[in-house]
Design a protein around this ligand. Structure first.
Ligand SMILES: C[S@@+](CC[C@H](N)C(=O)[O-])C[C@H]1O[C@@H](n2cnc3c(N)ncnc32)[C@H](O)[C@@H]1O
Length: 264
């Protein structure tokens, strides 16, 4: 079955190109406020950042179909020695715009992949109380739902069958837990250079668990296009929004521009 893939270069605070109640799943990773490596000084204030999240949350609620889920990969950010409670604030914002808070998964990265390292090392130089700052290996994956119930009967039998979850894959990789161990993208990876990309495994699990074949997956902060690529590989349509025009060639490359199923 041919799928379509639409890239919108624009600001996801307004998703006017996307009709209301037309999207089946939203999965994304918003910029993490002024993350020291990736987004230093991007937002003037934390209030401005939360304003962006609020408008994006409202638009996500509008475009999602009833009963469907919105998934955010997000985490608190340490800036100048203080943790900014982004996960809690994003959760509150999603509740305020009408979503129900459905669940939270913790993504654990392998110990060898630490990016902000040597924090904990301070204590080796100063082995005394009060010097302790742990290295962060975790991110959150928070899941929200629009409306109370998903109408399982609305899915035709053949689509349901075609979208069946592989029980072995589910069990062997421990998708059933609130702790997901997944590798992260290495900082030096050529296609994701200077983009805080998530690994394909993240949208892969979410798309398989929360959408059916032929449905439409939206990523409003699409970055290098990871969600669009995985959606295409899994026989779903995709819509990506990205504010930086300069990422078009990267997204096209990741999606393998020219393949039959890809249209811009
Ligand atoms: C954390 S990255 C997403 C990375 C993506 N998950 C991937 O795997 O490549 C966030 C992206 O959102 C984009 N962005 C920031 N503000 C935006 C906005 N208001 N509307 C649309 N895109 C935005 C940034 O340019 C950046 O590429």
């Amino acid at each position: 079955m041919a799928t379509y893939h639409k890239l919108i270069i624009g600001n996801c605070m307004s998703m006017e190109e996307i009709p209301s109640n037309s999207v089946h799943l939203m999965v994304t990773s918003p910029p993490y406020f002024n993350a020291p490596f990736d987004y230093k000084g991007l937002f003037k204030s934390y209030g401005q950042y939360l304003g962006v999240l609020r408008k994006f949350a409202r638009e996500t609620y509008r475009v999602l179909q009833e009963g469907r889920v919105a998934v955010l990969n997000i985490d608190d950010m340490l800036i100048n020695g203080e943790k900014v409670p982004i996960t809690a604030d994003a959760t509150k914002i999603f509740l305020e715009v009408g979503f129900r808070y459905r669940d939270r998964i913790i993504w654990k990265k392998p110990e060898g992949y630490l990016r902000i390292s040597r924090r904990s090392g301070v204590i080796l130089q100063n082995p005394y109380p009060m010097y302790f700052y742990p290295d962060n290996l975790l991110e959150s994956i928070i899941i929200f739902q629009k409306g109370k119930k998903f109408n399982y009967r609305s899915i035709p039998k053949e689509v349901r069958d075609a979208s069946k979850i592989d029980k072995k894959e589910f069990s062997d990789n421990k998708w059933y837990m609130t702790l997901w161990e997944m590798n992260n993208v290495l900082p030096g990876s050529p296609l994701e250079k200077d983009i805080a990309a998530f690994p394909e495994e993240l949208p892969y699990r979410i798309i398989k668990l929360f959408s059916y074949k032929g449905e439409t997956v939206l990523d409003p902060f699409v970055g290098s296009g990871t969600t669009m690529k995985v959606a295409r590989d899994l026989g779903r349509n995709s819509i990506g929004i990205e504010i930086k025009k300069s990422l078009i060639p990267i997204i096209k490359k990741k999606l393998g521009f020219g393949k039959q199923t890809t249209f811009f």
